[in-house]
Design a protein around this ligand. Structure first.
Ligand code: SF4
Length: 330
């Protein structure tokens, strides 16, 4: 396996200097800001992240304020971004940094990697963007570029890709820019479905140029839909005009962990022919939600809520409440 030459690295960096999108997290080297952006971008589109990234710092301007905030406030701030585990990790990591490092974000790669929710690729992004450490990013976009570029495309295990990525970033001598350029190339020209090889700065050396289907296929062939399991949940809507809506906090583990919802009967068996009010799709589950309005008093741990905007609710529950006209309680 041969790495990229210094000339190929230079071509990529020159291309990036010309085409780089202006994004707010590219205008800073502050590790708190970079960390938040990287975690938000892990499973969420740039356009969705943009306004949320900016508003985040109004609520939690620094790592101390994030550590001091109740977890409920952090989950509320994360509302709509999905994959709430990320918000819980952010909160836990902020507390760790404050407790163990007086609020100073760690500067060493291994220390960054030890933070809750920070994997090798995210640690590489923070280490390179903020501290100019020669640590590669290997997110899905960069993996795709390297797999296609390399001669031994399909069979390349992650370990080999990490090696190739490390060789390349060392060769580039500009770790922050290199990682940015590779991420940009994967997100724009070397896209999963229709790579634009004719515009690519690596076209001269790429094993897959103009023949992605033939050499390594397009997007990964796994059919995500086949791994999505259908589950049926009954959502019990206890609503009383004088009290509001009854909400319970879900356990930290599992789907919608730590968020607030009406009581939910999981493993619900709907009547023959019954249709769900709303279907909410997660990575591995398709939640068929059946609302049930109930007049009796609720039992169990929960509370009456008149202003649900102060609570972190999953998007699927919001949609269901909209259908029942219960989303604007006050
Ligand atoms: S030449 Fe095509 S397949 Fe190769 S890295 Fe560039 S865009 Fe991707």
């Amino acid at each position: 396996m041969t790495g990229l030459s210094s000339e190929q690295c230079r071509q990529l960096l020159d291309w990036y200097a010309l085409v780089a999108r202006v994004l707010p997290w590219r205008e800073t080297a502050d590790p708190y800001h970079i960390w938040i952006s990287e975690v938000m971008l892990q499973q969420t589109q740039v356009n969705t992240v943009l306004p949320r990234y900016l508003s985040w710092f109004n609520m939690f301007p620094d790592i101390q304020s994030l550590a001091d905030a109740p977890l409920d406030d952090v989950l509320k701030a994360w509302e709509g971004l999905g994959y709430y585990r990320r918000a819980r990790f952010l909160h836990a990591a902020a507390r760790k940094v404050v407790d163990e490092n007086n609020g100073d974000f760690p500067r060493q790669f291994d220390e960054i990697l030890s933070l809750p929710g920070v994997g090798r690729s995210t640690a590489g992004a923070i280490a390179s963007f903020c501290f100019s450490l020669s640590k590669p990013v290997l997110d899905g976009n960069v993996k795709r570029v390297l797999k296609r570029w390399s001669v031994t495309v399909n069979e390349m295990a992650d370990a080999k890709l990490w090696l190739l990525a490390q060789q390349a970033i060392d060769q580039s001598d500009q770790p922050a820019l290199w990682n940015q350029a590779m991420m940009e190339l994967g997100a724009t020209l070397c896209s999963a479905k229709s790579p634009k090889c004719g515009m690519c700065p690596l076209a001269d050396s790429c094993a897959s140029v103009g023949k992605v289907n033939e050499v390594c296929g397009n997007a990964p062939k796994t059919d995500k839909r086949s791994s999505v399991r259908d589950v049926h949940w009954q959502v019990k809507l206890y609503y009383q005009p004088e009290c509001g809506l009854w909400l319970e906090k879900r356990p930290d583990d599992g789907i919608w962990g730590g968020l607030w919802t009406p009581p939910i009967l999981e493993k619900y068996v709907p009547e023959q022919g019954a249709k769900p009010c709303y279907i909410h799709t997660l990575t591995h589950r398709r939640l068929h939600l059946y609302g049930e309005q109930i007049q009796q008093d609720p039992i169990g741990c929960g509370q009456w809520v008149k202003d649900i905007s102060k609570f972190a609710l999953p998007t699927g529950i919001y949609r269901l409440l909209q259908i029942y006209g219960l989303q604007m309680l006050e």
